[in-house]
Design a protein around this ligand. Structure first.
Ligand code: NAG
Ligand code: NAG
Length: 189
């Protein structure tokens, strides 16, 4: 068997595994974003939009900042609001409701919020984020991110003392044949 065929089999195998895994999650419900910088986390990530609160992306952003909030859970007063105006904000699950987190980000001027699971080793379980029953729900897009992805992003930025990553969101992966190979390696294996 030539190298080409082996490579093709490999890609087909990866595709199969991915499709299989994603169908269990409901691939249609996921939304994708690509990290452009820093390059060490330059992958395409998947996130699950909240079920019954938050808005949709009305346009796509080729380059927008992804800013990790301080404090990470976004429940108390945010210390780095000066970086948040018009950007996408990364929070961590826990401490208060998803709605409270999203509202805090919206009030700080954030354009969208990604909430990463606080189970840092959990690379498989997307949560369906639902409202906490308050009527005052946020209107910015709110997405759930796997714990492992959130941890890898935050750790990379911390290591390099970067206040943000640069991302494209949302990314249309349906016409992107190489999409499975552009996902984070910790997702694939
Ligand atoms: C991830 O979290 C879900 C829900 O809490 C749990 O059922 C699952 O076992 C966890 N998986 C891992 C690998 O920790
Ligand atoms: C994504 O790309 C596919 C294939 O090019 C296209 O048919 C579809 O309309 C696109 N979806 C969006 C939301 O742009």
């Amino acid at each position: 068997m030539g190298f080409d065929n082996i490579a093709r089999l490999f890609v087909a195998g990866v595709l199969f595994l991915q499709l299989h895994r994603l169908s269990a999650l409901g691939v249609n419900e996921l939304l994708y974003f690509r990290i452009l910088r820093p390059p060490d986390i330059g992958y395409i990530f998947s996130a699950a939009p909240a079920r019954d609160f938050g808005g949709d992306f009305t346009s796509s952003y080729d380059e927008i900042f992804l800013v990790p909030a301080e404090p990470a859970d976004g429940c108390s007063e945010l210390r780095n609001t000066h970086l948040m105006e018009g950007q996408v904000i990364l929070l961590q699950r826990g401490g208060c409701s998803f709605v409270r987190k999203a509202r805090n980000v919206e009030e700080a001027g954030g354009r969208a919020v990604l909430i990463a699971d606080d189970a840092w080793d959990n690379d498989s379980q997307y949560l369906d984020m639902i409202t906490d029953g308050t009527t005052d729900t946020p209107s910015i897009p709110a997405l759930f991110l796997l714990g492992r992805d959130g941890m890898m992003i935050r750790r990379s930025l911390q290591r390099q003392s970067l206040p943000w990553a640069v991302i494209s969101i949302p990314v249309n992966v349906s016409a992107l044949a190489s999409f499975p190979l552009q996902q984070p390696p910790w997702t694939l294996w």
